[in-house]
Design a protein around this ligand. Sequence first.
Ligand code: NDP
Length: 479
Amino acid sequence: MSEFDYDLFVIGGGSGGVRAARVAAGEAGAKVALAEEDRYGGTCVIRGCVPKKLMVFASEYAAMPADARAYGWDIADGSFDWDRFKAKLDAELDRLEGVYRKLLKGSGVETFDARARLKDAHTVELSTGETFTAKHILIATGGRPVRPDMPNAHLGMVSDDIFHLKELPKTVLIIGGGYIACEFACILHGLGVEVTQYYRGAQILRGFDDEARGLISDSMQERGIKLHVGTDIVEMCHADHEKVAGPVEERQYGHDDLTDEAHGPEGPIRVKATNGEELVYDAVFFATGRRPNSDDMGLEELGLALARNGAIEVDDYSQTKVPSIYAIGDVTDRVNLTPVAIREGMAFVETVFKGNPTKVDHELIPSAVFTQPEFGTIGLTEEQARDQEPVEVYCTSFRPMQSAFAETTDRVLMKLIVSQETRKVLGCHIVAPGAGEMIQLAGIAVKMGATKEDFDRTVAVHPTMSEEIVTMRNPVRKA
Ligand code: NDP
C-alpha cells in the first residue's frame, strides 16, 4: 500500500497532460488523477489548433467559386453564415471534449473539474477544498494569450475570444506579426472581414526564413489584407469617447474569465498608430504572444525556478528543481506546439514509470503556419545556416498549374538549404497550398539526415507542386 493517494497527479487536461495521464495509467498501470479547471482538451482542442484549422477550412471556400468559374463551372459567389458555422464548431468541440474525458476514464484516470495548486512537493490542493498526495506531480497547465501593457488594452480581443464571437466584426485591426496574427489575418479576411494588421518589426513571421516571409507577406497583401510593418498601436479607446485613451470603465474578458457564452467585440474602437493613422475599427485583436500559466500555483514557494515570463524551468527529462515535480508543454516554454507537449508527456512516462530515462528530442521539428498561402518548415533558415557553415541554397518560386490555369496570382516557394560539407539538407521551407501536409513528409527525410543527392535520387511525382523539391538541379547561390 503506497504512502500516497496517487502515483501521479497531473495538473492540466490539455494535450500533454491528458496523454501523460492516459499512458501512465493505461500502459504503466499507475494510479493517476488529473485536475482541469476549464475544458478538457486545453488550448489545442478548445481554443487553438482545432477550431483555428476549422476556421481556416471555412475561410478557404471564399475563393473557390471564382476558381471554379475559371475551370468552367457556372457557380455564383456565396455568403458566409457565422451562426451556422459556429453552431457546428461548438458541437464539434463538445464532441472532442467528450472524447478526451472518455479516453481518461477508459484508462482509469480519476478526474477533478477543479483548479489545483501545490501545497508541498507531494500535495495538491484543489479549489473544491480537497487535498491529495501523489508520489509524482506533473504540471501541464499550458499558456494564455497576453495583451500589451497599455491603457485600455482590455478593449481588445485575444485569440481565445475569437471562437466566442456573437458576430463577425466588419473591420478588425490585428496587432502582431507571429503565427496567430498572420493566421487570423488570413482567416478573417477569407470570412469577409476587412483586415488591417500592424506589426512593429520590419517583416512578419520573425524567426522564419526571410524569402518565405516575404512571399507570404506579399500574398497576404495581394489578397487584400492591409499589412503595415514597422507600425504599432499607440493609443486606443471606445470610438464614442472624444479623445483616444479617454477614461473607459474596466472590463476584463479573455482567458481569465472565459465563459462559453458568445460575446461581441468591444468595438467600435478608435486607434491611434505610430504611422499617424487614427481610425475606428469594429474590433482590435491582440496577437501579441502567450505566457505560461504558472501564476498562483504555489510554485515559487516550493523552490521551483521560474523564468521572467513565468516559464517553469526543467531539465532534459522535464524534471523541475523539486525532484517529485515535473512540467511539460507550453508552461515550460520550450517549443510551444501540441505534438511537442505530447512527446514531452510520453518521455516523462517512459522516464518515471517505465524505468527508461528518455530525453525529448527538440531538434528538427517540422511545423506549419496556416496562413493563406500555407507555410511548412523544418530545420535552419538560410540566415541561421549561413551563420553556422558554408551552404548552398536551392530555391524555386512559380505559379502552380492549378492557379496558373485559373489566372490567379498565387505563387509557390520551395527552398532547400544544403551543407556544402556534409551535403545534408539543413532546412526545407515550402510556401504552397497544402505545405503543412508536404512538410510532414519532407520532414522525415530531413530528420533522417538526407543529403541533397538523396533528394535528387528520388523520382518526381508528376504533375505535382512538390516534385520541384526533387528537381532543383543548381543552387541559386552559395553562402
Ligand atoms: P508569437 O510570439 O509568435 O508572436 C507575437 C507577436 O506579437 C510578434 O510578432 C511580436 O513582435 C508581437 N508583439 C509582442 N509584444 C508586442 C507588443 N507589446 N506590441 C506589439 N507587438 C507585440 O506569438 P503568437 O501569439 O502568434 O503565438 C504563440 C505561440 O503559439 C507560437 O510561438 C507557436 O509556438 C504557437 N502557435 C503555433 C501555431 C502553429 O503551429 N500553426 C499556430 C498558433 C500558435 P516581435 O516579433 O517584434 O517580438
